[in-house]
Design a binder for this molecule. Structure first.
Ligand SMILES: [Mg+2]
Ligand SMILES: [Zn+2]
Length: 189
């Protein structure tokens, strides 16, 4: 492991960065949640590369296309860049085992809870997974983080409903990304 590897904060998108809605792919449906800008700024200032990791099974299901995802990603990057927040990478899984678009209908290694998106990001961006963290709104998010070997995982309550007891699923649980960033930045890097 080289000394130049950076720790990352892996962030799920829907339900963590933007309000959870069924198949968000239109710019008009992309509503940034309260405290997210400040939370991302805090994580970046603490030394984390910001990497979005998102399942986009709507592509496999034919609800929208890869170009829709790319347009929304460009919009997201622009919105946050205006606030001084840069994403080191945005990684998505377009697959689903029961899709309707043949090109994306399969088992894959990148749909969370599999760790493929995180491993790809680590290889491409030079990330130190063992000093990295993950914030998600579903147990499949934190499972992906653990499968990739990240140090800490956080579940937030701003997206999908969570089980009453998530002690076994994540290292910390809190309301949203702002609180998650606060907690993570109180831990050693
Ligand atoms: Mg989510
Ligand atoms: Zn995939």
């Amino acid at each position: 492991m080289g000394a130049d590897l950076r720790p990352a904060a892996f962030i799920d998108r829907d339900g963590v960065i933007n309000a959870e809605r069924h198949h968000v792919y239109r710019i008009a449906d992309f509503e940034v949640l309260p405290g997210v800008v400040q939370g991302l700024r805090q994580l970046a200032a603490h030394g984390y590369a910001l990497v979005v990791v998102t399942n986009q099974a709507g592509i496999a299901k034919g609800k929208y296309g890869p170009a829709d995802f790319e347009l929304l990603t460009a919009h997201m990057r622009t919105l946050f860049a205006r606030e001084g927040v840069q994403f080191a990478g945005v990684y998505h899984c377009p697959h689903h085992p029961q899709g309707s678009v043949p090109a994306y209908t399969r088992d894959c290694g990148c749909r969370k809870p599999a760790p493929g998106l995180l491993l790809q990001a680590a290889a491409e961006l030079g990330l130190d997974l063992r000093r990295s963290v993950l914030v998600g709104d579903k147990p499949s998010d934190t499972a992906a983080g653990r499968a990739a070997g990240v140090r800490r995982t956080v579940l937030v309550e701003s997206g999908h409903a969570l089980p009453a007891d998530t002690a076994a699923l994540a290292d910390h649980r809190c309301a949203g990304l702002a609180e998650a960033a606060g907690w993570l930045c109180r831990q050693p890097l």
